[in-house]
Design a protein around this ligand. Structure first.
Ligand code: DUC
Ligand code: ZN
Ligand code: ZN
Length: 472
């Protein structure tokens, strides 16, 4: 039998195993795993690792960001950067601005994404205004249509839900089998701290981190877990930055509660000191929750290694630095409060975790695949189509050279930002080829795909969420 493509003689890694074999691809799917396969095109992967393409389940693309602020990536640049870094599926958020019906929000996002994606894309919803119409009619229908996860915020003026509203959204999630993702930081404490700092003239970017200390995250994490327990619904705590919050999740898991956790690149390799910068340079690292300290980094590694965090994401949320619509907008100098929150990372996520995790012996290859591809795909209802290399799965594959040494430069990431917070990082291990459904999208650092190849993916319900519905 002749396959369309054979990836020959590599080490094929999944979340379960590493096996020396060829991968036969036909019709964009993995059609066979075995030795001596023959194909119309043969890609020699000898000496290389053949991994499932990354699934980045937490990215922000073309998201409304407030007056005069524009996100650095649209779907073309965001998906291009994902592919450069070995990621083949991304899951951006469709943010509901208050007063706008969710269906309208979705129409806009779909229009922005249509024909502009190098990799596959699926959407979470951000709920900022849980009206009766949304809770009673729209969300149940949207879950049926494949929008099976919602993010809610416990902070930010324009997004924050109060505890009552959080309970109401969670109740709908329980009814419909959707998965709730929570941004856990205490709104009032952050406002209080921000006002105190501003009064004291402490307005530089570094005070962003001072204004949201670990305790505001730990308190909100515990509250989110408790509210989910009241409703009896699973919950995913996203972008966890430190030990205290990680330990809230571990405590809940040990109690048998269906609580999931996610951490991100910045919490493994950046610290609050990066916000010091010279002048306004610290704005490049302003994100929420903020990066913490070396002990927090250790805690996040521990959370990944021990399974407290099952998902590792980029939280790619890019704003240009030298830009009036970005980090250096006209208000930013007057206070950190006006520096848009978020940093780019969709392209750097996998190389950094590979280098810091696998190459430095902190995690196995299989663990790397689990937290970057298989678990996000499972958690959000895309598995086994995505996140593994198995017969019948989409042939989304990244071929890695585990010995390749790269000094990271922003230009390699090919996103729409004008910097990377990871500039100059010494990386060992690099994705040398990315295939999406059998088609090459990146080869040797060059974009060779086309932006109409990426598909929109409606999703199944999370197996974690459905399990709870049936009485976990
Ligand atoms: N939350 C995110 O998930 N991303 C960036 C900013 C934020 O607050
Ligand atoms: Zn968030
Ligand atoms: Zn985010």
């Amino acid at each position: 039998m002749q396959f369309d493509t054979v990836i020959a003689s590599g080490q094929v890694v999944t979340a379960g195993d590493t096996i020396a074999c060829d991968v036969g691809i036909s019709g964009g799917k993995v059609a066979a795993l075995g030795k001596g396969l023959s194909g119309r095109e043969v890609i020699d992967a000898s000496g290389k690792l053949v991994l499932p393409g990354g699934v980045d389940s937490h990215v922000h693309i073309a998201q409304p960001s407030g007056d005069g602020i524009v996100m650095a990536d649209d779907f073309e640049t965001g998906t291009r950067s994902a592919a450069m870094g070995g990621t083949t599926t991304i899951m951006p958020f469709c943010l509901q601005e208050r007063g706008v019906p969710m269906r309208e929000v979705l129409r806009d996002y779909h229009a922005k994404a249509e024909g502009q994606c190098y990799v596959d894309v699926s959407f979470h919803l951000i709920i900022s205004e849980p009206t009766e119409q949304l809770l009673g009619q729209d969300l149940p229908a949207l879950v049926e249509d494949g929008y099976t996860s919602f993010k809610i915020f416990m902070t930010y003026d324009d997004l924050k839900l109060n505890d009552r509203q959080i309970l109401e959204v969670m109740a709908v999630a329980r009814e419909t089998g959707a998965l709730v993702m929570v941004h856990a930081e205490n709104y009032d404490a952050i406002r209080f701290m921000t006002e105190q700092l501003e009064k004291a003239g402490r307005t530089a970017p570094r005070y962003h981190a001072t204004s949201r200390p670990k305790v505001v995250e730990r308190e909100a994490t515990h509250r989110a877990i408790s509210l989910a327990e009241v409703v009896d619904v699973p919950v995913m705590i996203v972008h966890v930055s430190n030990r205290e919050s990680m330990e809230q999740i571990r405590w809940a898991q040990q109690k048998g509660l269906p609580v999931l956790g996610e951490t991100c690149t910045q919490y493994l390799v950046l610290t609050e000191d990066d916000l010091e910068g010279l002048g306004m340079e610290g704005a490049k690292y302003v994100c929420s929750p903020p990066p913490r300290d070396v002990e927090s980094q250790e805690a996040c590694w521990e959370g990944l290694r021990t399974g407290v965090f099952s998902v590792f994401s980029s939280d790619h949320c890019p704003y240009r630095y030298e830009d009036e619509q970005g980090k250096l907008n006209p208000n930013a100098k007057s206070s950190f409060r006006w520096v848009p929150n978020g940093i780019p990372g969709v392209g750097a996520r996998l190389p950094i975790l590979f280098s810091e995790g696998v190459s430095k012996g902190r995690m196995s290859l299989e663990q790397f695949v689990a937290v970057t591809a298989a678990n996000p795909a499972k958690t959000y209802g895309l598995y086994p189509r995505k996140g593994t290399i198995a017969v019948g799965s989409d042939a989304d594959i990244a071929i890695w050279d585990s010995d390749m040494r790269v000094t990271l430069e922003h230009r390699m990431l090919n996103d729409g930002a004008d910097y990377t917070p990871y500039e100059g990082f010494e990386i060992v291990g690099w994705p040398v080829m990315t295939l999406v459904r059998g088609r090459k999208v990146v080869q040797s650092g060059k974009l060779v795909g086309s932006k109409d190849h990426g598909l929109y993916l409606p999703r199944n319900r999370s197996p974690f969420a459905s399990a709870s519905k049936s009485g976990l």
